[in-house]
Design a protein around this ligand. Structure first.
Ligand code: URA
Length: 205
């Protein structure tokens, strides 16, 4: 039987050649998920950004720094969680020297969903954290409003819980400092729910 580690490795190799939607054509590479094969939590973002596309790793750019800071403050060790994206190629339009991020479409999210499903099946986490609308759409298989669903645990199949929250780049985009501070605290509140569940599942293990 394949171990979680060997099946993740196979998935990563297979995903490197994915042609299920046209996004591979302009992207540098597939950015697959990263983290321990038996991680108790899987964090799902939207898609790799410019930095992630070049590095081949999820959440290493500005949104990743914001995520790292919040995880640390919430008491979650990033090295112990699996971090991935709903869409695994960078979607952008060139603007001079800059590559401007473009939101993935529903067909692109759907085309990439089998990778998320296979990551989930290999890792079998206790918790999936969907960060932002694209992640929530992939995790629940349908459009799932963030504000209506954030901040509480929602049952998925097989005893897995889901938590919906905002995407860290939403916090970076907020124009005024007061809103930024308030929304960052709400993001932390959500991550603390995740931290509490992870402590509980570590005790139960
Ligand atoms: N935004 C995402 O959704 N994922 C990344 O990996 C980086 C930025």
């Amino acid at each position: 039987m394949a171990t979680a580690s060997s099946s993740l490795q196979t998935l990563r190799q297979d995903a490197a050649h994915c042609r299920a939607c046209p996004l591979w054509k302009d992207a540098t590479q597939t950015v697959f998920g990263e983290g321990p094969p038996h991680a108790p939590a899987m964090l799902v973002g939207e898609q790799p950004g410019d930095k992630e596309d070049l590095a081949g790793k999820p959440f290493v750019g500005p949104a990743g720094q914001m995520l790292d800071r919040a995880l640390e403050e919430a008491g979650i060790d990033r090295k112990k969680v699996y971090v991935t994206n709903a869409v695994k190629h960078f979607k952008f339009v060139p603007r001079g020297k800059i590559r401007l991020h473009q939101k993935p479409t529903t067909p692109e999210i759907r085309a990439c969903r089998p990778w998320y499903e296979r990551e989930l099946a290999a890792i079998k986490p206790a918790l999936v954290v969907a960060m932002g609308a694209t992640a929530a759409q992939s995790v629940f298989g349908k459009i799932t409003p963030i504000n209506k669903n954030r901040g509480r645990l929602i049952d998925l199949d097989d005893g897995i819980k889901a938590l919906v929250t905002v995407h860290p780049s939403y916090l970076l985009r907020l124009p005024d400092e007061a809103a930024k501070a308030r929304e960052y605290q709400r993001f932390l509140d959500d991550l603390r729910i995740a931290a509490a569940l992870l402590r509980k599942s570590a005790h139960a293990a």
